[in-house]
Design a protein around this ligand. Structure first.
Ligand code: PMP
Ligand code: PLP
Length: 480
């Protein structure tokens, strides 16, 4: 979607790692471009003949708007068929013959076009030469981002509590984490500015960080969501210190309706697509006049995690380095996943039906979030437990006043108490995640105590029962 009225992205070659700079185009992938020559008989590539792909067609049954529930899908869903030779037969622009063979590292062109259009509709990046490439999910895209921008020994910036797998992707690459203090809106830009301004190369034994990894919406694990003002402030600090911002946004479309407590009637759903799109918070990508943002997108939380399909959006220069890595590693997402998504998203729903699906998801998560927060209001002892209703995502973060624990007098530490509460909750029949699991900065000590609960998995009744069990455990632990 090159738009010539917008300026081009800044060039960030000086941010690339030695590894990224060393990557050359794959010899064999480069040869593929000659396949377009009309009349050419290829004996050159290593592509097996589709004759030997033992899949003649795939039938997938999917929901038809507005009947999105499993019951409605079983009754009135649509069966989509992907055949082997649909392109030749003129019935589709993508078929099994193509999907099941080797492809380009950007992913299949028809699906790539869909996600590119979707990106334009939702984010409309403010520079002209942005590009997308499909990925096998954000986990791998983040691994690639680290390889593109970092060297062993570097520090990166992360929220002080973060998706622990993202930190565990970085550690074995020799990368350390400087944790940025957070409030109920996520990372604090002034605190990030201070960390960078005060950076002492000798004391840290590392150059100043130049990569920020952030989860702006429905942050995992805290559930925090950065407001539009907060995002603008973070972007300013990133400009001041010339950071690359990697925004990992699997929960972007799990932005929910405003929270209302039990006796107030819920806010009605957005009535048009325009109203829905306008209700979404601006992404870093949407304010990225410089081209310093790498946006990681994933179908995991909006379609299914097992599809293993996502995409990255960034400037052409940065995306090219990602493609060079994918060519010789993941190559592209599974053809079966790509064709299933293409049939559903492009040929069946289209952009409009996909937005209907996302609105439906928003309302479903709102109901789940409300059940969990209502259960907390009903059961948890406010003497020791504190929380904010999350505005997005699937996590609820409960802070515990551990200093009121009677074990302190007996010499127990913060960590002992966290473990004791965790284990007594498990014995009481409820599993929560311990806050300290999500702390990536190994240079500073943990002072607070949190537990993370998700409302994505259990039913409303189970959620209520689970929170009531946790409440009992807290009462027993704190002698209330
Ligand atoms: N190893 C060898 C020796 C190969 O010839 C090929 C495919 N040409 C591969 C690996 C790539 O395998 P895959 O498609 O499973 O990534
Ligand atoms: N990023 C964050 C912040 C997550 O919470 C998760 C899943 O839990 C992922 C990435 C994983 O995404 P993907 O399934 O696309 O690899």
């Amino acid at each position: 979607p090159i738009c010539y009225t917008k300026p081009k992205a800044k060039q960030f070659e000086y941010r690339f790692s030695l590894e990224a700079k060393s990557r050359k185009p794959s010899t064999l992938k480069t040869a593929a471009r000659y396949l377009k020559t009309p009349g050419l008989i290829s004996l050159g590539g290593g592509l097996p003949s589709p004759e030997y792909f033992p899949f003649e067609h795939l039938d997938i049954k999917v929901p038809t708007a507005p009947g999105f529930s499993p019951e409605a899908t079983r009754e009135s869903g649509t069966v989509l068929r992907a055949g082997k030779h649909d392109i030749q037969e003129g019935t589709s622009t993508y078929d099994l013959e193509i999907a099941l063979n080797y492809g380009q590292a950007t992913g299949a062109a028809p699906l790539l076009r869909f996600v590119t259009e979707h990106t334009e509709i939702i984010h409309s990046p403010p520079y002209s030469d942005w590009q997308c490439t499909l990925t096998v999910g954000s986990t791998y895209a983040w691994d690639t981002a680290l390889r593109v921008f970092c060297e062993r020994g570097d520090y990166i910036l992360m929220e002080e509590y973060t998706f622990v797998s993202a930190a565990e992707t970085a550690f074995p690459l020799g990368i350390k984490v400087a944790g940025i203090p957070m409030d109920e809106q996520g990372l604090i830009p002034e605190a990030m500015d201070k960390i960078l301004s005060d950076w002492d190369v000798a004391a840290r034994g590392a150059r100043k960080p130049h990569v920020l990894y952030t989860i702006p919406t429905g942050q995992n694990p805290t559930g925090a969501t950065q407001s539009a003002e907060r995002r603008h402030a973070v972007y300013k600090v990133a400009q001041k210190h010339d950071l690359i911002i990697v925004e990992d946004e699997p929960y972007y479309f799990l932005q929910m309706q405003p929270y209302t407590s039990g006796d107030v009637s819920p806010v009605p759903p957005p009535s048009t697509h325009e109203e829905f799109i306008n209700s979404l918070l601006p992404s870093f990508l949407s304010m990225d006049t410089d081209g310093r943002v790498v946006r990681l997108e994933s179908f995991s939380k909006v379609i299914s995690p097992g599809s293993r399909v996502g995409w990255v959006v960034a400037s052409e220069q940065i995306i090219e380095r990602f493609i060079r890595n994918f060519e010789v590693s993941s190559q592209n997402p599974s053809g079966i996943a790509q064709i299933a998504l293409f049939k559903l998203l492009d040929e069946h729903w289209g952009h409009s039906g996909y937005l209907d699906w996302l609105i439906n998801l928003r309302m479903s998560y709102t109901a789940r979030r409300d059940s969990l927060v209502h259960a907390c209001e009903k059961h948890l002892p406010r003497e020791v437990a504190h929380w904010e209703a999350p505005a997005a995502g699937m996590f609820h973060w409960v802070s515990i006043d551990w200093r009121k624990h009677p074990g302190i007098a007996a010499g127990k530490t913060r960590s002992d108490i966290e473990e004791e509460i965790f284990l007594s909750a498990v014995n009481g029949g409820v599993l929560l995640s311990r806050g300290s699991w999500f702390k990536p900065d190994r240079d500073t000590a943990e002072e607070k105590m949190f537990f993370r609960a998700t409302f994505a998995a259990a039913s409303s009744e189970k959620i209520d029962e689970a929170i009531s069990r946790f409440a009992q455990c807290l009462r027993a632990q704190f002698g209330l």
